[in-house]
Design a protein around this ligand. Structure first.
Ligand SMILES: NC(=O)c1ccc[n+]([C@@H]2O[C@H](COP(=O)([O-])OP(=O)(O)OC[C@H]3O[C@@H](n4cnc5c(N)ncnc54)[C@H](OP(=O)(O)O)[C@@H]3O)[C@@H](O)[C@H]2O)c1
Length: 330
């Protein structure tokens, strides 16, 4: 099967500016944390990526450790790039990260310059790339001086191995500190990647304001809370779901009565809006202009297509927002 991108691929996607940078990202981006590893069916992932790019999704998010096994999502993505997307490289924003355990010993985890720069080289090799568009510090490392981690990101950009620098899961205070240091080095922090969904609201307690102050974009990960914010678990745990798979990061005890009580009520609001719950969860994030992009993960083309429909219904009434907050306990 050979692939040629749909000539109409830019007709329906919405593109948002990343903070106060020159870069635009699609309102919906695709993450390769699950469903694209060595344990998954390559052709399924390949079809999803084709459909995504055909729908104007220009941004694909990876990390050194995505798989399983760790590294295999980057290897698969590299294969796919070489087969199908090579001629579209300038239309793609590809990100990777380092920060969680990747190889044994003291230099394969955390935020040291030693780990970050070696990991980026390995990621580039696995994907067959000369550069990634965004390189992230995957998480703050309390044992490494912030200056060291930021110097590593700055160096990655100066070497041309990354075009932009990003941080993930840093608190508001850590973000302020990191943004000031890296700006002082001469490389702005482009983007922050936090978890954010209707049921996971920590970013609203200061982080979003900090990002706005510094002109940093925000790409929300796990917008469906790994699938909980969909109709998937309303009648139990399906065999083919992330919660049922041994390699999934969603544990069965997260599908508990309290959470599902909220999900049922949210599902009713979504139905009244004429949306699926997954669509409402995505639209709800995009109502805030500080959210540049919503980073979804999907296991099928159907899910991707369902999620893309969210872009057709982005308005919320004040009453709907209040009801959603009440259910979420905000
Ligand atoms: N920076 C970080 O530390 C960090 C952490 C986590 C994730 N991320 C990034 O964020 C991306 C997205 O995270 P995520 O996969 O947790 O996102 P998510 O969108 O919250 O969850 C994705 C899962 O939800 C289910 N789903 C998606 N669309 C659906 C639909 N329309 N109807 C029913 N179920 C649907 C699928 O589950 P099934 O597989 O069960 O079908 C899918 O695998 C990752 O790939 C990664 O790039 C970053």
């Amino acid at each position: 099967m050979s692939y040629t991108a749909d000539p109409q691929r830019y007709d329906s996607m919405k593109y948002n500016r990343v903070g106060r940078s020159g870069l635009l990202l699609p309102a919906i981006s695709l993450g390769l944390w699950h469903n694209f590893g060595g344990v998954d069916v390559f052709e399924n992932g390949r079809k999803i990526i084709h459909r995504a790019f055909d729908a104007g999704i220009t941004h694909f998010d990876l990390a050194n450790n995505y798989g399983p096994p760790p590294g295999s999502a980057e290897e698969n993505f590299g294969r796919l790039l070489a087969k199908d997307l090579k001629s579209y490289r300038d239309e793609l924003i590809i990100s990777t990260k380092a920060g969680y355990e990747m190889w044994p010993g003291p230099y394969g985890d955390g935020g040291s310059r030693k780990y970050l720069l070696a990991s980026l080289d390995n990621s580039l090799k696995r994907m067959g790339l000369d550069y990634v568009d965004i390189f992230y510090s995957h998480r703050p490392d309390p044992d490494t001086p912030m200056e060291e981690t930021m110097m590593a990101l700055d160096q990655a950009v100066r070497q041309g191995k990354a075009l932009y620098a990003g941080i993930s899961s840093y608190s508001a205070d850590q973000t302020r500190q990191a943004a000031e240091i890296i700006r002082h080095l001469g490389t702005p922090c482009l983007i922050h990647q936090p978890s954010y969904s209707i049921l996971d609201r920590w970013v609203e307690d200061g982080l979003l304001d900090t990002l706005e102050d510094f002109g940093i974009g925000c790409i929300a990960f796990s917008p469906l809370k790994q699938g909980i914010l969909s109709d998937k678990y309303l009648k139990g745990i399906p065999d083919d779901s992330r919660a049922a798979k041994p390699t999934g990061f969603l544990s069965k005890d997260q599908i508990n009565q309290e959470t599902m009580g909220k999900v049922k009520k949210l599902n009713e609001i979504a139905q009244q809006r004429g949306q699926s719950l997954a669509q409402m969860a995505i639209s709800w994030l995009l109502k805030d202009e500080r959210v540049t992009s919503v980073l979804v993960g999907v296991s099928s083309i159907n899910q991707l297509e369902n999620n893309l429909e969210a872009l057709n219904n982005l308005e919320f009434s004040r009453e709907e927002l209040q009801q959603i907050d009440d259910i979420a306990g905000r």
